[in-house]
Ligand binder design. Structure first.
Ligand SMILES: Nc1ncnc2c1ncn2[C@@H]1O[C@H](COP(=O)(O)OP(=O)(O)OP(=O)(O)O)[C@@H](O)[C@H]1O
Length: 153
């Protein structure tokens, strides 16, 4: 068991858990979400930050809404609509993780060059690209055939 006083202060900050009313509480952060509404509030803040600061995130949101709207218009079956939702969500999730990665890298290294910082940022951006390309392909596979029928082509 960790005894906080046995560690130097910096290590103690990141390693110590306390037990309160049967719950483990992390105490290494500047602030910890104390309850479920607070957790949702912080998640909403992250979502709002991603939307406000990341042009690509906004593009993905509007593209996703467009694709889902087309799916509804074309009366796709529920399981096909679910696949569209899943692919759009995957791109948005990865875009948020990309933003988080950029923030952590900048926090760690600031404006200096480091090859590992470049790898972290490039790979996070590549993850978004892979998800976006595969979700575009899935959307085409699901939407084009019924669209052709609807247009009488
Ligand atoms: N500290 C750094 N050291 C080395 N290379 C960096 C560093 N910061 C950024 N880069 C390089 O510059 C590129 C762009 O960095 P940036 O922080 O703008 O990320 P981004 O993924 O382009 O941002 P966004 O997702 O907002 O378009 C990175 O992909 C990386 O190749």
């Amino acid at each position: 068991m960790l005894v906080p006083e046995e560690h130097p202060p910096a290590l103690r900050d990141v390693t110590t858990d306390v037990h309160r009313r049967g719950r483990r509480l992390r105490v290494g952060a500047w602030k910890v979400a104390g309850d479920l509404p607070a957790s949702f509030r912080y998640a909403a803040q992250g979502l709002a930050y991603g939307f406000a600061s990341q042009r690509n995130f906004r593009i993905h949101v509007f593209t996703g809404l467009l694709v889902f709207g087309m799916g509804l218009w074309l009366q796709l079956a529920a399981d096909r609509l679910a696949v569209l939702v899943l692919t759009v969500a995957a791109v948005l999730v990865l875009e948020l993780l990309n933003t988080a990665t950029e923030a952590v890298v900048d926090l760690a290294i600031g404006r200096q060059f480091h090859p590992l910082a470049r790898i972290a940022k490039d790979c996070a951006a590549a993850a978004v690209l892979v998800a976006a390309l595969s979700s575009l392909l899935i959307a085409l596979l699901l939407l084009v055939p019924p669209l052709m029928i609807r247009l009488g082509v």
